[in-house]
Design a protein around this ligand. Structure first.
Ligand code: 9MR
Length: 360
């Protein structure tokens, strides 16, 4: 087929006009009925996109057994820009026998996150819970346990170097009254195990952000005071601590932590990042409209608290759907804690988060 010069020229003109129109629409400059219709049909920005406008991430925990649920992983992959493995990077999973490492569960989640351009928070290196039997089933001398702890931390941090942007290095180190929790690590090594753990992790990956993480520290009180004191000391000694993770497992029956924003701010003033790392807001079942509305207000308020504090870097839900929440298994009669229900339908809390992030 012969094509004349005029046809080529007019095709080029058409193509240019199309490109120009697309650019105008993208820049929000196009007006008229067509552009307005386009605006109406544009998919709503995700929580991640809304959070990014504030320089924050919006993430969710997930767990390996759930990854076969396709509708679940579709939302996980599209709505969030950060993933935290709920269990897959814990000690029992990664070093099931002394010196024998298995990173398959964590790797599966890292691979999934990479496929969706999501970043990963590493959770967790040192915790008194979910430890392997070989560690809990015998006594250790301080020298032995130090060697075990150092090897565990450094092997795991090295494996995930460049793949996770932050680590919960020590999880849940304090009691409610602000005294040290009597864990195998504290009992055997003394409180210095925390500074050591941070230093060892830093040696293994000098770029990754290192956090201490705990629950019931959202409000100002004895437990968060203990973290404030420790963080100040560690910073003064030059120990590589970069952030504090506020798990934020809230429950309607205990009231909203009204000092959250002020608390986040006092940690920022120490030069630390903060993050809401395991957010859920549980209630006594059955859920009803009033409880769901209160829950939505709490999600709105905690999101706003993080946005109000410059160094609060992001928010992570402890999974995003009631279908996979840990709450009913641990607190019988309680649940409905997440912004999506068991059928993956968004609840009032989801819309409240959107609104707090400036979306509609
Ligand atoms: O979500 C985790 C759940 O699947 C486990 O059964 C549970 C065991 O304690 O741990 C859950 O995650 C915890 C997290 O690692 C640390 N903070 C408290 C979380 C809820 O227990």
């Amino acid at each position: 087929m012969r094509t004349s010069r005029t046809t080529i020229r007019s095709r080029t003109r058409l193509r240019l006009a199309g490109a120009l129109a697309a650019a105008l629409v993208a820049a929000g400059l196009a007006t008229g009925p067509a552009a307005q219709a386009d605006e109406r049909h544009r998919p709503a920005p995700t929580l991640a996109e809304l959070a990014q406008r504030h320089g924050r991430y919006f993430g969710s925990a997930t767990d390996n057994p759930e990854l076969t649920d396709a509708p679940y992983t579709a939302l996980l992959g599209s709505e969030f820009d950060q993933i935290t493995p709920g269990n897959g990077m814990k000690w029992y999973a990664t070093e099931p026998e002394r010196g024998v490492f298995d990173f398959s569960q964590g790797d599966e989640i890292v691979d999934l996150a990479r496929a969706h351009h999501q970043k990963v928070r590493g959770h967790t290196l040192v915790w008194h819970s979910q430890l392997p039997d070989w560690l809990t089933g015998r006594e250790w001398t301080a020298a032995e346990l130090r060697a075990v702890l150092k090897k565990h931390i450094q092997t795991q941090v090295r494996h995930y170097r460049g793949k996770v942007f932050a680590w919960d290095v020590v999880n849940e180190a304090f009691n409610e009254d602000g005294t040290y929790r009597e864990t195998v690590f504290h009992k055997t090594l003394g409180p210095g195990y925390i500074a050591d753990a941070l230093r060892w992790a830093h040696q293994a990956d000098p770029h990754v952000k290192l956090y201490l993480n705990d629950y019931n520290i959202e409000a100002i009180g004895p437990k968060s005071d203990a973290y404030h004191r420790l963080a100040k000391e560690l910073r003064a000694e030059g120990v590589p601590l970069h952030g504090i993770g506020f798990q934020t497992h809230l429950a309607l029956q205990y009231g909203y932590p009204a000092t959250l924003e002020e608390n986040l701010r006092r940690f920022s003033r120490l030069g630390l990042d903060t993050a809401l790392t395991e957010v859920d807001v549980r209630m006594q079942l059955p859920a009803d409209e009033t409880k769901l509305a209160t829950q939505a207000a709490w999600y709105r308020d905690l999101t706003k608290a993080c946005l109000a504090v410059r160094r609060c870097v992001g928010i992570t839900l402890w999974d995003y759907t009631d279908k996979y929440s840990w709450i009913p298994g641990v607190f019988p009669g309680e649940g409905a804690a997440l912004p999506w229900d068991e059928q993956l339908r968004p609840k009032p809390a989801y819309f409240a988060i959107r609104e707090a992030l400036g979306g509609r």
